[in-house]
Design a protein around this ligand. Structure first.
Ligand code: WTA
Length: 632
């Protein structure tokens, strides 16, 4: 399963296309199964119906933890670093992790959680978050982690959509210099949630919390009632392991569903090969477990490989911009995996904060979540990697579960700002607008995948038709990623960005319609239109065009802007706050009432040289007004 040179990659890739069943069956042999599969793959993309390793029985936590106990029980599985450097870090060996996860699982069982129940986890990056996720998997409950930056409204939507029975949260959280209440947010959310029976609260900051009898439970007290042994529940290969909400082109976020065996096999395989993980390596992924990168490359991928994984509660610039480098030196990190937005923000602080740190341990640097611009790539390579580390620019999505396009560190060819070649098993193609495959290199098109891979999404929770429409209907017979890409002269892929109405702000995905819905909740707003525009730090910024009942006077505009920003923070969360708000008297619409977003995007980008034909608009004059009033 471990590819060690480029010719092995080429052979593996070829084999994965020609004999996919055999290829994946051989890889799957490396795991612990209670019972092996009867059939490797069954699929069609019309429904879609994708099933991997049918008939197999397993539990993913036995693969993440139990099977390492005998040989590597005293090896450190998890290193946790708190937000504040003055607080001590914590480590957990595989034996200790096993105990913690089992104890947590027993608490969940005592609280009435059964196999198949959905559990919503709304927590900061503390060890108990990892235990909670793995405890759900241990007993076959479906975890739905909601990033702790989402608002009460967003949390409530996700709880309701999933029909969650239990919410796990903490009293509060520290992030950078801020402390935020989490239990209060949950209390607020639960006002509109009817499926939640209980709330389990982990203590992080000793904040006073309001405990309701029979509804709220404190983890430490519940943990005293149970022991540290919990047999793993036997799961079918295709049983749901987790869901994770992500934004799409329409207003409502969807619960992307991942199943057990396929997700396990692919995240382990991709982790091992992309990062070229070696037995004593220390892997530090800076993502939050609220996103897919955290699921796959802080928790499951590393633990499945018996690796040591670092989990960090804080942010890159707290208490100062050297925090990452200090942590790398402190824990002899070999693999550092972060997002371009973090790199760009650290770049802004110059290089003095890096100079004292040689970071000799580092071997591989990773980038994920959005296209990395060449300048950031070089800065990363020179200043962090000291020109001796491999860089892997890894492309994937919540829906793909694991990395699909990336160099294998030190093995495949790399080029700045290019993700590289698809992993074995990933039949990537570029399509033109008519849905024809574009052959050859030095070409650009819509990035699609032609054949199933084990960790692909199985459905969108509670709405299979939405899954079909979103991913499998644009191009018949293909999974459509929503991204545009270019294949360079040597066949390396460069991801250009989303071609749908999704914007990527600091690596976080939002649907433009989702933000419009939020903006429209402000009582002063009649209508709005949201577009992305290039933003130096965030990759893309959020630009909102707003129509009010009457065009606001200049003096009113500032408080109106604050009020709209506040509304978005309440509806979605602070991570979706608009960067620019322009008040307009109308929007450029076609005669059939469709907003011409192309024009709005151009104006937001500050490039009005080529707006195309505007004569077909309902009111061409509105374009003039928008150009004059643009917020640049
Ligand atoms: C974008 C994050 C360029 C892309 C793992 C994709 C990237 C979306 C890269 C998925 C990359 C992710 N280069 N763009 N290396 N990685 N993207 O679901 O547009 O939060 O469709 O998963 O992020 O975002 P998601």
């Amino acid at each position: 399963m471990h590819i060690t040179d480029y010719s092995e990659y080429q052979i593996a890739y070829q084999k994965s296309l020609e004999e996919p069943d055999l290829f994946w069956a051989e890889i799957a042999e490396h795991f612990h199964w209670r019972k092996k599969w009867n059939k490797v793959l069954e699929w069609n993309f019309e429904e879609p119906n994708v099933k991997w390793f049918q008939g197999a029985k397993l539990n993913i936590t036995e693969n993440c933890i139990d099977r390492h106990l005998e040989k590597n029980g005293n090896k450190i599985a998890l290193i946790w670093e708190p937000n504040d450097p003055s607080e001590a870090h914590k480590t957990y060996t595989f034996i200790e992790l096993h105990k913690e996860v089992c104890r947590f699982a027993n608490v969940l069982k005592n609280m009435g959680v059964d196999k198949g129940d959905r559990v919503c986890i709304y927590m900061p990056m503390i060890p108990e978050l990892a235990f909670a996720v793995l405890a759900c998997a241990r007993i076959g409950a479906v975890h739905s982690v909601v990033f702790a930056g989402f608002s009460a409204n967003s949390l409530a939507d996700r709880i309701n959509d999933a029909g969650a029975k239990l919410v796990i949260c903490s009293d509060a959280m520290s992030r950078g210099s801020k402390q935020l209440p989490l239990k209060n947010v949950v209390d607020e959310a639960l006002k509109t949630c009817s499926t939640v029976e209980k709330v389990l609260v982990v203590n992080r900051l000793n904040w006073p919390i309001h405990l309701r009898n029979g509804l709220d439970f404190v983890y430490d007290m519940e943990a005293e009632k149970v022991d540290e042994n919990c047999p793993a529940t036997e799961m079918d290969a295709e049983d749901m392991l987790f869901m994770l909400y992500t934004s799409g082109s329409t207003g409502k976020p969807k619960g992307v569903v991942h199943s057990t065996a396929g997700y396990m096999v692919y995240t382990a395989y991709s982790f091992l090969n992309v990062f070229q993980y070696d037995i004593d390596d220390i892997h530090f992924c800076t993502a939050d477990i609220g996103w897919i990168t955290g699921h796959s490359y802080i928790l499951y991928g590393p633990l499945l490989n018996g690796a040591t994984t670092v989990m960090f509660e804080g942010v890159p610039n707290h208490p100062d911009p050297s925090r990452f480098w200090q942590l790398i030196e402190k824990h002899s990190v070999t693999h550092f995996y972060t997002a371009p937005t973090a790199i760009r923000s650290l770049m802004q602080s110059g290089t003095d904060h890096l100079t004292p740190f040689a970071m000799h341990s580092l071997k591989v640097l990773g980038s994920v979540g959005e296209p990395i611009n060449e300048e950031a790539w070089h800065w990363y390579h020179v200043n962090v990697g000291k020109e001796r580390c491999q860089i892997v620019d890894t492309w994937f999505q919540t829906e793909t579960g694991g990395i699909l396009i990336s160099a294998l560190a030190g093995i495949s060819p790399t080029r700045p700002a290019h993700a590289g070649q698809p992993l074995p098993g990933i039949h990537a193609v570029l399509l033109d607008s008519k849905g024809n495959e574009i052959e050859g290199n030095d070409k650009e098109g819509y990035l699609c995948i032609k054949f199933p891979w084990p960790s692909m999404l199985r459905t969108t929770y509670g709405d299979h038709e939405r899954c079909r429409q979103t991913y499998f209907s644009a191009y018949k017979g293909y999974y459509f990623t929503g991204d545009g890409a270019r294949r360079d002269e040597n066949g390396l892929y460069r991801i250009i960005g989303r071609v749908d109405d999704v914007i990527n702000v600091s690596g976080h995905r939002f649907g433009t319609a989702e933000i419009e819905n939020a903006v429209n909740q402000n009582k002063n707003v009649v209508e709005s239109a949201v577009v992305g525009y290039p933003h130096e730090l965030k990759g893309q910024g959020i630009y909102v065009y707003v129509i009010c009942q009457n065009m606001p006077e200049a003096a009113e505009q500032n408080w109106l802007r604050s009020s709209i920003i506040q509304t978005v923070a309440e509806e979605i969360g602070a991570i979706a706050k608009p960067d620019k708000i322009q008040f307009v008297s109308g929007l450029p619409k076609t005669r059939s009432g469709k907003i011409m977003r192309r024009i709005l995007r151009k104006v937001a980008e500050g490039d009005v040289s080529n707006l195309g034909d505007t004569s077909t608009l309902l009111d061409p004059l509105v374009v003039e007004e928008i150009i004059i009033g643009a917020v640049l």
